[in-house]
Design a protein around this ligand. Sequence first.
Ligand SMILES: NC(=O)c1ccc[n+]([C@@H]2O[C@H](COP(=O)([O-])OP(=O)(O)OC[C@H]3O[C@@H](n4cnc5c(N)ncnc54)[C@H](OP(=O)(O)O)[C@@H]3O)[C@@H](O)[C@H]2O)c1
Length: 349
Amino acid sequence: MALPRVAIVGATGYTGAELLRILLQHPGVEVTALAAREKLAPRVSAVLPSFTGLCDLPIEAFDADALAAKADVAFCALPHGASVACVSALHARGMKVLDLSADFRLRSVDLYQQWYGAAHAAPELLAQAVYGLPELHREKIRGATLVAVPGCYPTASTLPLLPLLAAGLVRPEGIIIHALSGVSGGGRTPAAAYHFPETSEGARLYKVAGTHRHTPEIEQVLGDVLPAAPTVTFTPTLAPMTRGILSTQYATPTRELRAVDLVEAARAYYAGSPSVAVLDAGVLPDTLWVRGSNRAMLGYAVDARANRVVAMGVIDNLVKGASGQAVQCMNLALGLDEGAGLRGSAVFP
Ligand SMILES: NC(=O)c1ccc[n+]([C@@H]2O[C@H](COP(=O)([O-])OP(=O)(O)OC[C@H]3O[C@@H](n4cnc5c(N)ncnc54)[C@H](OP(=O)(O)O)[C@@H]3O)[C@@H](O)[C@H]2O)c1
């Protein structure tokens, strides 16, 4: 039987390259087309030498008709704002689309306009999009034709909190999230802020105090297990590493709790979730334990002195925070095993 055919749009970027790396090893699909904007080439290896001898596909200019003729599924790994037109054109041609940008993540057009500074260009399609956090929306993703793949910070910041909020173990008010991101989170386009001398030996706070665009996305995800979306304080930080997100969340417990109670709640919540590992109480997660893998590792502690729960999550921003999670969603949308092509362990050290 012919395998589902897959196209990657934005194949020359970091998440596009990561999609190609994962999909070339996937047993259940075949990559048949690659597209980009400027870095076009007769062979992908001319732009991404790591694929020399592994993939001979050309990188072509985006053409919705040509892609729809060559593939059944499209991953769009494009900047937000640029993605919506490509996603709409491919979806209209009957392709299943997995969008890695933020264009279809916020369900409210008003929130989108508020945070992204422009009216949503395809509100009818937005209504059909499913938010692709498999651990929360597995059943919806199974039938989806358009999946909005979550952001990296929201994935690392909500996976630890969801079981605690769903079980009523912590209060939704007053949650504080501080997260570190590796520099690849900023994409491949060069900029002074991501230049080696300005990132390799320091850590930099940015977009603090409710100004980072992942804030409403985090609130939307947490709101899916609550009567209403909470308001959180989110503080992102650029850290001197290429890959990785380390998110620490602080919340007030609703009763006296031990770390082991939180671990047990999270293990019960994520039973049957192949990409989530809940560490034993007392074990603190490390980004090196998930680097290159589609795994999220969660840890829990209780600061009884300050009456605070401390929840922690680590992911690889390019894998569970983007391309791996997108493939996980594709597996569900195509009726494949959720973990197909995603079972590799971390690249350690
Ligand atoms: N990096 C991460 O950790 C991460 C995590 C989660 C989600 N995301 C999201 O995933 C998307 C891709 O991120 P990335 O880090 O892979 O970005 P990137 O490295 O900058 O790559 C962007 C890709 O999109 C193409 N492109 C750029 N501008 C375009 C435009 N105006 N129209 C059409 N194509 C355009 C580029 O093609 P050329 O090379 O030919 O210019 C390139 O293939 C973004 O929406 C990002 O927010 C990223």
